[in-house]
Write a protein that binds this ligand. Structure first.
Ligand SMILES: [Mg+2]
Length: 388
């Protein structure tokens, strides 16, 4: 077998391998790597070493060679978040060099996303980097290009005896790329593609469902005259990234409410202290924390009672998937300051959550739906992509 020289370069958290002739093309045949081209020989989930892999379909290299003859450029876009140290990266590099050797001259461009950032599938960063910097300025014909991957969100027994997919990120990537999507069993094998189920969270479907709904009413903040009579306590409840801080800063703070927020106060005790000081000064307050359960909320209800304030609960009902979407969008696309909310914050809210009820002492519990607001069409198009 002739040896194939693989060149490696890095760009930020990307690892990029090229082998053979790198002629740009408008037609891109893009692929996932693991469980699409190759599987571990050892039947483990992940390769144990650089030799622990095999082609799933022995005919794949010939198929790829035929695609190159048809003018396609072969590109692999693979998430490799497991390459957390130099040893693991070295094993991966050697494995890719071994794969390239079996391709026997078929030109290969492989881009691996090592980080959990905007390059990671289903986010578009890896593809955009390729299209902008690695294809010689040749415009890509999306209608002629496609992506092939195994993470399609198929349920158990999508074909009798086949396990469900562990994820749907490859299918979402293809949707973000606006290219056709194929499963490896059809592309390289001869299985029929089953009807693919609806994605669990589709931002376009969500946006359509709230198109007629209003965002939190500005009128929810009592005006100065009303608050002079009686200070107002507003307790928020909702996942991180459900729109709470946006509502607090847009509708309540400009109306003179004191913003009580764990990010600023640092602790629960400090939040309660600021709340009490504010009520002593006859200032209204908005409690912009997740406040998942009755216990988290009762201190504020008690303070309202003590100082003769009205107290209402605004329940931001956005689902976990929607909030994960918003969170990933803010962190990786908008690159907002208060970016990273750890997964544990979502899990903790979900496990502690108790639906807010009037009998906790609230004058009212007001459900709020998340209605995305966009400043431009570009921002809207970006929010509509799959971000997690
Ligand atoms: Mg895969």
């Amino acid at each position: 077998m002739p040896s194939t020289t693989v060149q490696w370069v890095t760009h930020e958290t990307l690892l990029i391998a090229t082998a053979g002739d790198q002629t740009p093309s408008s037609k891109i045949a893009a692929f996932d790597l693991d469980d699409t081209w190759i599987v571990p020989k050892s039947k483990r989930v992940h390769s144990k070493d650089a030799d622990d892999w095999k082609w799933i379909y022995v005919g794949s290299p010939d198929k790829l060679r035929a695609l190159v003859k048809e003018g396609f450029r072969i590109v692999v876009l693979t998430n490799q978040g497991g390459l957390t140290n130099d040893d693991k990266e070295e094993i991966f590099r050697t494995k890719v060099e071994n794969i390239a050797a079996t391709l026997d001259g078929v030109p290969l461009l492989l881009v691996a996303a090592k980080g959990r950032d905007h390059f990671r599938k289903p986010r578009l960063g890896m593809w955009e980097y390729f299209a902008t910097h690695l294809n010689g300025g040749v415009e890509i014909d999306l209608s002629a290009s496609y992506y092939v991957g195994d993470a399609a969100g198929r349920p158990n027994d999508w074909t009798p005896g086949f396990k469900k997919d562990w994820a749907d990120t490859d299918r979402k990537l293809a949707l973000n790329m606006r290219v056709d999507f194929h499963i490896p069993e059809t592309f390289f094998g001869n299985q029929k593609t089953p009807p693919l189920p609806l994605l669990e969270f589709d931002p376009a479907v969500y946006l359509e469902s709230v198109v007629d709904k209003a965002a939190p009413e500005p009128a929810l903040a009592l005006d100065a005259a009303a608050r002079q009579q009686q200070p107002d306590v507003v307790v928020f409840v909702g996942f991180p990234a459900s729109g709470k801080s946006h509502a607090a800063l847009k509708h309540f703070v400009p109306n003179g409410y004191v913003h009580v927020n764990q990010d600023n106060c640092r602790s629960r005790a400090a939040c309660l202290k600021l709340a009490e000081q504010s009520l002593q000064n006859k200032s209204s307050i908005v409690i912009d924390n997740t406040n998942p359960d009755r216990k988290a909320r009762e201190g504020y209800v008690a303070l309202a009672k003590k100082y003769g304030a009205s107290v209402r609960c605004l329940w931001f009902r956005a689902s976990l998937d929607l909030c994960n979407h918003n969170n990933a969008y803010r962190e990786h696309i908008q690159k907002a300051d208060h970016s990273h909310v750890p997964d544990v914050a979502f899990a903790s809210f979900r496990s502690r959550f108790e639906e807010p009820l009037v009998d906790e002492g609230f004058g009212e519990v007001i459900p709020i739906d998340f209605v995305p607001q966009f400043e431009s069409d570009a921002e809207k198009q970006s929010w509509l992509m799959f971000h997690f």
